[in-house]
Design a protein around this ligand. Structure first.
Ligand code: Z5A
Ligand code: MG
Length: 227
């Protein structure tokens, strides 16, 4: 009998600005490493690639771009790492990702782009085994220091992004693949809650690697054909 080996799990941390994603990713990385887990931390946008540099300049308001053009660049920035995510997972490495396609969907749809249009370029990307959404209230967000000078760092837009994340969560449904975590809590409490969800995946998973939004698209296509 061939030996059955598990693939690494794909864990995504999502949330609004200043919800503590990067802080929690660093804590999770340390905790996973001390548990002997082979883990790689990614962050999107990755501002170091050629596409990432264009995104960085746009976010820092050094250049202007059409809303659809920047959305597609954010997506392309994820496709740049898609095959390496997949090969790392197959090699047994746990991938921890600071933001992912859900940020693209939430931020662009909150700015008025059609929801299904926003989702389309990311369909087919490796799907996370679990997405932990750090839900921060506007009050707690405001206490975490003033917004920086970057684009999107405005209260009214953040409120629309929060509503858009709720829609994404509803669409992702139950089944434990989308988990909302109270990010108003103290850092240590948030870290404990994240660990409770990540620990069961730390040693890998037998689940096949899914593709983002493909199954749903397929169901819709079939129902359109036959109904
Ligand atoms: N964007 C997009 O439009 N489309 C896309 O497809 C993608 C992104 C992927 C830049 O993202 C922008 O790109 C972002 C979305 C958009 N715009 N906004 N808004 P980014 O990921 O590069 O942004 P960032 O610079 O890393 O900021 P951030 O991710 O929003 O922050 P964070 O990582 O969530 O928070 P933090 O750096 O961990 O913590 C913030 C502060 O709060 C810090 O002082 C901590 O010490 C403090 N903190 C953290 N946790 C706590 C708790 N629990 N209590 C109290 N204080 C805390
Ligand atoms: Mg961050």
């Amino acid at each position: 009998m061939p030996e059955v080996t598990k693939r690494g799990a794909f864990v995504v941390i999502e949330g609004l600005d200043r919800s503590g994603k990067s802080t929690q990713c660093t804590l999770l990385l340390e905790q996973l490493r001390s548990a002997g887990v082979d883990v790689k931390l990614l962050k999107v946008p990755d501002r170091t690639t050629t596409i990432g540099k264009v995104i960085d300049s746009y976010l820092r308001k050094e250049s202007e771009l059409d809303d659809r053009a920047i959305h597609l660049l954010f997506s392309a920035n994820r496709w740049e790492v898609a095959s390496s995510i997949e090969s790392s997972l197959r090699a047994g490495t746990l991938i921890l990702c600071d933001r992912y396609a859900f940020s693209g969907l939430a931020f662009s749809s909150a700015q008025g782009l059609p929801y299904t249009w926003c989702r389309a370029p990311d369909a087919g990307l490796p799907a996370p085994d679990i997405t932990l959404l750090l839900d921060v209230s506007p009050e707690a967000q405001a206490k975490r220091g003033g917004f920086g000078a970057e684009r999107y760092e405005q209260t009214e837009l953040q409120e629309r992004v929060r509503a858009a994340f709720e829609r994404v969560g509803d669409e992702m449904g139950g089944g434990g693949r989308w988990v909302v975590v109270d990010a108003d809590a103290e850092q240590e409490a948030v870290a404990r809650e994240l660990w409770r969800h990540v620990e069961p995946l730390a040693q890998g998973t037998d689940e096949p690697l899914r593709r983002l939004w493909d199954e749903e698209e397929e169901r819709r296509r079939v129902s359109e054909l036959y109904l």
